[in-house]
Design a binder for this molecule. Structure first.
Ligand SMILES: NC(=O)c1ccc[n+]([C@@H]2O[C@H](COP(=O)([O-])OP(=O)(O)OC[C@H]3O[C@@H](n4cnc5c(N)ncnc54)[C@H](OP(=O)(O)O)[C@@H]3O)[C@@H](O)[C@H]2O)c1
Length: 247
């Protein structure tokens, strides 16, 4: 599908690698100027160099509301508007019930749930009618693997956020949707699988009704659609990009 994002300005959090990088690339290819964020300066600048002149890198930690306010101030000063917000930054941490300590809990909740809240709340004053917010969820919100309960809870929380937020901002003409990937081949998935990388990927391929795990680009295509005016009447929805696994 041809997606036209000409003259749009987008913010994608956690875009130095994986799904966020692919989303930024797709939005730029569709005509947008894209601000990307991440915590590590080298990584975010390297990503921006690969994405070209329509990409602006900013170092910011989504867990810190003041840093996200700073990102939005920079967008206001340099680009003057913001049309698309993709709250993508997210992390997981393995711990079975009985071993979920404060550190792991705070890290996952802080990044995935509070990070999305910080991103959207900072951006909201700049958003005008026609703007689109996309939250990156996960099929883990329905059925997270063992040891990933906190991760699953945060992703279920994003669904709850979207359903209530569209009521909170009723009448402003801003859409909020959730895109929920299944297993996608990214650095974080391979890290989570640990030393068993390839055999675990093969097992995931076999579990998938479509016969393989997904690519970051396949998620990015859907995000670009939700971000665009082609999705102008889709609001408060969640779409699974999982090759049919959740079914
Ligand atoms: N891969 C999958 O199978 C899969 C499946 C379902 C959902 N998802 C979701 O998709 C999103 C992206 O995942 P991914 O697999 O692409 O991960 P990834 O390759 O590990 O990338 C994560 C990105 O987020 C950034 N990040 C992490 N913590 C951050 C923070 N506190 N503030 C700002 N940026 C932060 C990282 O950069 P820095 O470390 O430099 O900050 C990196 O750019 C996540 O929300 C994840 O839950 C992934």
């Amino acid at each position: 599908m041809q997606i036209d994002l000409t003259a749009k300005v987008a913010l994608v959090t956690g875009a130095s690698s994986g799904i966020g990088f692919a989303i930024a690339k797709r939005l730029i290819e569709s005509g947008a100027t894209v601000v990307i964020t991440g915590r590590k300066q080298d990584a975010i600048e390297e990503a921006a160099a690969a994405l070209g002149e329509d990409c602006i890198p900013l170092v910011a930690d989504v867990t810190q509301a003041s840093e996200m306010d700073g990102v939005v101030r920079r967008i206001q000063q340099t680009l003057g508007k913001l049309d698309i917000v993709v709250a993508n930054a997210g992390v997981g941490a393995n711990a079975p019930l009985g071993e979920i300590d404060d550190e792991k809990f705070e890290k996952v909740i802080g990044t995935n749930l509070k990070g999305a809240l910080n991103t959207v709340q900072s951006a909201l004053p700049m958003l005008r009618p026609g703007a689109s917010i996309v939250l990156i969820g996960s099929t883990g919100s329905f059925e997270a693997p063992s040891t990933m309960s906190v991760y699953g809870a945060t992703k279920a929380g994003l669904r709850a956020f979207a359903k209530t937020w569209i009521k909170d901002i009723e009448g402003r003409g801003i859409r909020i949707n959730v895109v929920s990937p299944g297993a996608i081949d990214t650095p974080s998935l391979r890290d989570a699988l640990g030393g068993n990388g390839n055999s675990a990927i093969n097992a995931l391929n076999e579990r998938s009704p479509i016969g393989r795990i997904g690519t970051p680009e396949e998620v990015a295509n859907v995000v670009a659609f939700f971000a665009s005016d082609a999705a102008s009447y889709i609001n408060g929805e969640e779409l699974y990009v999982d090759g049919g696994l959740k079914v």
